[in-house]
Design a protein around this ligand. Structure first.
Ligand code: ATR
Length: 468
C-alpha cells in the first residue's frame, strides 16, 4: 500500500514487541480489504506508558493493542472500560472514543479464545473445567468459563495463593450477578497443582494456561500422570508454538481431542480490527491470514512448483532439487502409490471430483510432514482454494508460467494425460489455460517465466531473480 494524507495508524504497545505477529494480522486484513491503515509495533517502557497513551490519542491513532507488561497498568490511562475487561482486570485493545476524548479498553484475548472454542464446537455450559495455571491468561479463561455457564472450574496452580485470589475475585463477581452466565457463586475451586488426583469428575475440559511446554522447552508438561488424562475429553493449550505441545500429545494419546491457540491469536486481532474499523472481516480473508500466521510460526523449508501440465514442474523440479541438495517429491506419484492406481485409473473410477478430494487429503497430510523438498504438484491441484492455502503452508509456491503453444509442444505426444484425450487437444489446452491461469496466480507467491526448455537456464534465472 502507499501511505498518503488519509492513512490511519493503529499499533501495539508493549515491551518487548520485536517478535509480535500482530502486524501480519492487521496489515494483512487492511491489505485484503483495501482499508487505508497501517499497524506498527511500539516499544514502551512502564514509566512512559501514560504519556504514550495520551500521545497516541493526540496523534489521532485509531486504536492500539496492548501486550506484556502493560495489560493491567494501562487501565489507569483509559477513559472507559468494557465490563469483561474490567472484571478480568486486563486490557489488550484500546478503541478511540472521540466523545470521551481518549481510549476505551477491551479484552479481546478472552473474546478470541471464546470465538475459537465455539467454532470448534466446545460448549462449556454445565461442564467441569480444569485450568492449569493462575497467571493473567488463566484469569481470562476462568471468566470465560463462568460467562459460558461452566458448572465447576478447578483452578490448579503451583502457587496456591494466586489461584485462591482469582477464585475469590471470580466467585464474588458471580455472587454479585456481574457475570451473565454464572449460576453458582462457588464454582471456582482453587487447588495446588499436585492435587489433580482429587478431581473426581470425568469428561473434563482442560485449559493449559501455564508457560510450560512453550518452545524451546517442548518436552515439558505441567502434569504428566496418565491417570489424570484418562479423565480428559478436551484439552486446549494456550500455547501455539510448538503446534502440538506435550500436553496436547498426552491428551490425544488418551483418546481426547486437543487444540492449540493459534486461532485465538488470530481472533483476538480480528476482533480488535473489527472494533477499530467498524467492519466485519469475512471468512475467506480470515483463512488467508491464518495461513500467513502458520507460515510465520511454523516455517517449512520446501519449494512448491505449480503450473499447467507440461510447465516443467517435474523436469525443472528435479534439476532444482539436485542443485539445492534437497529431495524431490512428486504429489502425483505419491497419490498413485497411496491409492495403488494410476492417475488415469483414479479419474476413471472416482471421477475428477474424487481425484481432487484425494489431492486435498494428501496436502493436509503433507502440510504436517514434508520438509526440505522441492515439490512438483498436479496441474489441477491449486484450483481448489483449500488446496491453494495448503500449498502455501507447505512452502514457497512458484508458478511456472508457460505459453500455451510451448505447453502443447511439450505434451502433445503424451498419452498419459487424461484431460487431453479429446479430439482437439490444443483447443482444450487453450480453454483450460484461460480457466486456470488466474487460479495459479492466486495460489502462488511468485510468478516465474518457464518457457525456456533448458533446466540449467531455468535454475540460473531462479537464482538471479532471488526466487530461490
Ligand atoms: P500469563 O500472563 O501468560 O498467564 P504468567 O502470569 O507469568 O503468564 O503465568 C504463568 C503461569 O505458569 C503461572 O500460573 C505459573 O505458576 P506460578 O503462579 O506458580 O508462578 C505457571 N508456571 C510457570 N512456570 C512453572 C513451573 N515450572 N511449574 C509450574 N507452573 C509454572
Amino acid at each position: 500500500m502507499t501511505i498518503n494524507g488519509k492513512t490511519r495508524l493503529t499499533g501495539l504497545i508493549g515491551n518487548p514487541v520485536e517478535h509480535t505477529l500482530s502486524p501480519v494480522i492487521h496489515n494483512g486484513i487492511s491489505d485484503k480489504m483495501d482499508i487505508d491503515c497501517v499497524y506498527v509495533p511500539f516499544k514502551v517502557e512502564t514509566e512512559g506508558l501514560d504519556s504514550a497513551i495520551k500521545g497516541a490519542y493526540e496523534l489521532n491513532v485509531l486504536g492500539m493493542n496492548v501486550t506484556v507488561p502493560h495489560k493491567n497498568d494501562v487501565i489507569a490511562s483509559l477513559v472507559g472500560i468494557d465490563d469483561c475487561a474490567k472484571h478480568i482486570g486486563a486490557v489488550n485493545t484500546l478503541v478511540r472514543d472521540e466523545e470521551k476524548g481518549g481510549y476505551v479498553g477491551y479484552n479481546t484475548d478472552m473474546l478470541g479464545l471464546r470465538r475459537q472454542i465455539h467454532e470448534d464446537g466446545i460448549n462449556l455450559n454445565g461442564r467441569t473445567v480444569v485450568i492449569l495455571g493462575a497467571g493473567g491468561a488463566a484469569k481470562a479463561v476462568v471468566y470465560m468459563c463462568l460467562l459460558d455457564g461452566a458448572d465447576k472450574v478447578y483452578l490448579l496452580n503451583r502457587t496456591l495463593d494466586k489461584a485462591q485470589k482469582i477464585a475469590d475475585d471470580m466467585n464474588k463477581l458471580a455472587k454479585d450477578g456481574a457475570i451473565a452466565g454464572a449460576n453458582n457463586c462457588s464454582a471456582v475451586i482453587p487447588c495446588s497443582i499436585g492435587d489433580y488426583a482429587d478431581i473426581r469428575e470425568n469428561n473434563l475440559i482442560v485449559f493449559q494456561a501455564t508457560s510450560i511446554g512453550l518452545f524451546p522447552n517442548v518436552d515439558s508438561c505441567v502434569i504428566e500422570d496418565d491417570s489424570f488424562y484418562d479423565k480428559v475429553e478436551i484439552g486446549v493449550d494456550l500455547i501455539y508454538n510448538p503446534a502440538e505441545t506435550k500436553f496436547m500429545q498426552i491428551v490425544k494419546a488418551h483418546g481426547g481431542k486437543a487444540y492449540n491457540a493459534l486461532k485465538m491469536l488470530l481472533y483476538q486481532g480480528v476482533i480488535a480490527y473489527e472494533l477499530w474499523h467498524k467492519v466485519t472481516v469475512d471468512n475467506d480473508i480470515l483463512e488467508d491470514i491464518y495461513v500467513e500466521l502458520k507460515r510465520r510460526v511454523y516455517p517449512k523449508d520446501n519449494i512448491v512448483l505449480i503450473g499447467f501440465m507440461g510447465s516443467g514442474k517435474t523436469t525443472f523440479g528435479k534439476a532444482i532439487a539436485e542443485k539445492l541438495s534437497m529431495k524431490f517429491f512428486d504429489t502425483d506419484e505419491y497419490i498413485e502409490q497411496r491409492e495403488n492406481m494410476t492417475i488415469k485409473e483414479i479419474f476413471a473410477t472416482k471421477g475428477e471430483e474424487g481425484f481432487r478430494q484425494i489431492e486435498t487429503d494428501v496436502l493436509r497430510e503433507l502440510a504436517n510432514t514434508l520438509d526440505g523438498c522441492v515439490v512438483s504438484t498436479g496441474g489441477g491441484m491449486p484450483l481448489r482454494i483449500e488446496n491453494a492455502r495448503l500449498l502455501k503452508e507447505i512452502g514457497k509456491v512458484i508458478y511456472l508460467n508457460v505459453a500455451t503453444q510451448v505447453i502443447y509442444e511439450r505434451v502433445k505426444e503424451d498419452g498419459k494425460r487424461p484431460l487431453l484425450q479429446v479430439e482437439d487437444p490444443y483447443g482444450r489446452i487453450c480453454e483450460m489455460m484461460t480457466e486456470r491461469k488466474p487460479l495459479y496466480e492466486r495460489a502462488c507467491d511468485v510468478i516465474f517465466d518457464a518457457n525456456c526448455n533448458d533446466p540449467e537456464v531455468i535454475w540460473t534465472s531462479l537464482k538471479n531473480d532471488g526466487i530461490i
